[in-house]
Design a protein around this ligand. Sequence first.
Ligand code: CAA
Ligand code: NAD
Length: 335
Amino acid sequence: MLSPILRSATMSSTRSQLNAAAATRLSSIQRHLSTTPSGSRIERMTVFGAGLMGAGIAQVGAQSGLKVTLSDVTDKALENGLNIISKSLSRVAKKKSPDDIEGFTKKILANIETTTDAGKAVEDTDLVVEAIIESIKVKRDLFGFLDSKAKAECIFATNTSSLSVTEIAESCGKERQERFAGLHFFNPVPAMKLVEIIRTPQTSTSTYESLKEVTLRIGKAPVTCNDTPGFIVNRLLVPYLLESIRMVERGDATPEDIDTAMELGAGYPMGPFKLLDFVGLDTTTYIAQGWRGKAASGQISKELVEPIELLDKLVKEGKLGRKSGQGFYEYENKK
Ligand code: CAA
Ligand code: NAD
């Protein structure tokens, strides 16, 4: 028996009807939460990583009135992040404040400060969202360092696509592990409505409630998942993306025809190769590499994550997708 939301999604599959179903679900959760006691309120957020995801997360936080600190390892990376945010804000402003695009953009940017000093970035913050490179070692090093710098009540969250949140959290002390969860946003953050909240066995209920509340406050729809490889979306999406590259390697069809097929035949907004370029071929490679370890312990099927020569070759050549100007396709403007 299908639940009402599933039944309506199956029977009426146009994009606007699906969007309406998602909006209804979002407002019903918002109503529910307004009458449900939650954990402590988050007002200040620090985002690590000013790349595709970190910039987007900082932006949507600032748009919802949070005071945001954006941190990265170099000034150049911070500049890149602020550029991503400014471009995106001018799109948002055209809709929200067409008569005062500059004023709107300035007001949101005023909620964002930047620093390369990681310790300073977490002074007095309520929430850390980490969106740095998809490497367990680098993420654990960062959180291990931040644990002694942030206040005890601060919640730590990782935006990892595929790594174990529990293993990342174990870089921190026991008490922080109760205030640690996954907060998985989707690309492009300003446009994608979903956030997956990943609870580890140690995540406390009050941490979970605070994250759910802040997710709704920034206008996103939360879903909850256990700490399993890829959570909900990537567990289904990444094997599909990898299999599309194998189709090209086998000579079954071209990237262009596969994209057209999935866009027109399955109604996806982007075919798999446009999406691979959008997500970043380096990020996709890190996910597949990380999952090979999980395959060895039987958590995911080995065949799904076998190495793919074509993908490895493009990454080695620095063809990372839109962000580098070339991936499966070529782009005039890097994003
Ligand atoms: N900033 C602000 N707004 C943006 C934006 C950005 N960077 N990108 C898109 N938008 C907004 C547009 O302004 C527009 O808003 P309105 O409908 O209110 O006018 C809306 O999003 C649609 O954009 P466009 O009309 O320009 O273009 P489109 O209809 O082709 O949509 C898209 C663009 C939203 C990116 C769409 O192609 C899409 O949904 N693609 C699939 C993206 C996807 O699957 N993302 C998940 C990747 S996997 C992941 O993120 C997880 C992981 O761990 C790897
Ligand atoms: P990206 O390459 O665009 O940006 C990563 C940023 O992290 C860079 O600016 C880099 O300088 C910075 N960085 C590296 N080490 C750092 C450190 N120790 N401290 C501070 N900053 C550091 O990557 P991205 O696509 O934004 O991905 C970031 C995270 O989000 C990854 O975990 C990825 O798996 C996840 N994610 C990516 C997508 C996507 O579609 N790209 C979607 C959801 C989640």
